[in-house]
Design a protein around this ligand. Sequence first.
Ligand code: GLC
Ligand code: GLC
Length: 646
Amino acid sequence: MPGAGTSGSDHSGAWAAVERSWSGSPAELAEFTIRFDEHFATLGELFTSVYADHHDCAAQLVALAVELGEAWLARSPELKAVDAQRLADPDWFQSERMLGGVCYVDRYAGDLDGIREKIPYFQELGLTYLHLMPLFLAPEVNSDGGYAVSSYREVNPALGDIEQLRALATELRAAGISLVVDFIFNHTSNEHEWARRAIAGEREFEEYYWIYRDREAPDAFERTVREIFPDDHPGSFVQLDDGRWVWATFYSFQWDLNYANPAVFRAMAGEMLFLAGLGVDVLRMDAVAFIWKRVGTPCESLPEAHVLIRAFNAVCAIVAPALLFKSEAIVHPDEVAQYIDRGECQLSYNPLQMALGWEALATRDTRLLSQALERRHSIVDGTAWVNYVRSHDDIGWTFSDEDAAELGIDGHAHRRFLNAFYVGRFDGSFARGVPFQENPRTGDCRISGTTASLSGLEQGDPGAIGRIHLAHSIALSTGGVPLLYLGDEVGQLNDYGYLDDPAHAGDSRWANRPAYPAAAYADRNDPGTDAGAIYLGLRRLIEVRSRTPEFAGSTLHAFDTHNPHVLGYQRPGGEHLGDHLGQHLGGQGEVLCLANFGDTDELVDGRTLSGFAADAHELTRDESVSLTGGLRLRPHEFAWLRVTPS
Ligand code: GLC
Ligand code: GLC
């Protein structure tokens, strides 16, 4: 096939190696050629832009090309059919029916079989996306909830095995649910084979990590690097038994991979394609900000981190184009946005909206949240936010100090207030959170807690259920993929049992990772119980959202309610969205969302609403309302109004 694979820059060497090692049929080779020709030039460019100066650059790229061919050949016909479907409908995840759930396999359902048995419930709830927390082989005691991976190709035996995971992916797909798993590519556990061989002194594997004999390099790096888990160890390096130092951004048993070595990229691309071959639909790209290090910098969100994620994406574009990446960057909003792109991460957690939702509940003031919607919500076509009320992790106050200053808010003082408020050290607080990684040296602190405990349910505050619904109403109506932390929909409370478990006692995030709340689930259809009231209210919102095409996509316009307690935004109908979504909508109206974060009745006055026709339809209650005299909202009340211009 003369010329195949050589378009763009010269990758004829790589292509020749693919052809030489091809074990499939000529027809298959012809098919693979199309994918290779379309994306290998991009991959090669990205790869060489990072590794050109490395002696092993060219050889690693050729070896990678051969492995791409093998992985494509091994990809099942079913998954190739999914690839074709997604290529034909690249905006599939922008639908108003997309709804995510996240859980720990063991805590929520015991094991993978237990998850299978919950599929009918997931369907009852309306899930189309299920993130199973890390389920791979990990050290038995210290595993950071599975984020310390000892083998990406083995399921933790307590949960099941690889064949069960593959079967689960298939079953979920048949039930209309995409499987999401983590790609924990910044680090491995210290029990991973690569780490063991590095410890044993095998040069090849020492070069997979950042290992130094003395403190010179570690000291130099630590001058500019932030401490992530200061309760565990100061700085970024931990000392090995043999006296050497290894980079561990998170726990001491999670060793950062050295992406300056192209062999590491290639090895991890192989692990990624293994996951893709199981039928995973979305990879949650863990700790994206940390993968590239350069002395004299914070070693977060450096340009090479982006190039490498794009290169991983190009690998998928060749072998497994159905796969999406979700960025986990819990950093400054400017940095979060940089990972979001069709060619990088098509999905991203929205930590700013998450944090500011809690901020607005504490202050009863929506100005920061409103400013964030106005200024930071818009992202490029073909991408979407994952909007969540809370995750398995802590809540960090990642808003921009400059944004806050414009509203006369001092970022540092405000974070101190929010921390005090959410750990219940502020008079009159409704919240029962737990401090996480409180750093007396820097004054930094983050918050652990379940949605219900942070909203006042644990403390018996009468506003709790209203706050829980309000917080979810924002995640469900601002666009993209809403993500529920499973168990929150029935109001699960903090679990303080972690304090009795030596492996967890030092990590307060376990307070917000309770076991499956069976009693609450049993009550879920009884509106007289807290669980039922929360659940039935959320179910209603989910149903309404799934029939409201204006909620597809991410386009949103901030709406000034002229009342700081009431948040407002508009979700435009058809004509404002991209072509594809526009056709799908057929030009419906427009939905105006109003949400009262105050503890008192609040009015959005008639003049403020005068741009809309007097007759509006409130979707969550399915009733007509007149906007003539303005709209009054009870404490924590929200309205999804289908409106038309006046
Ligand atoms: C991510 C995970 C977190 C984990 C960390 C290290 O931030 O969400 O739970 O501790 O990565 O893998
Ligand atoms: C990870 C950690 C979280 C931390 C963040 C810092 O997401 O899980 O605790 O705040 O990294 O970027």
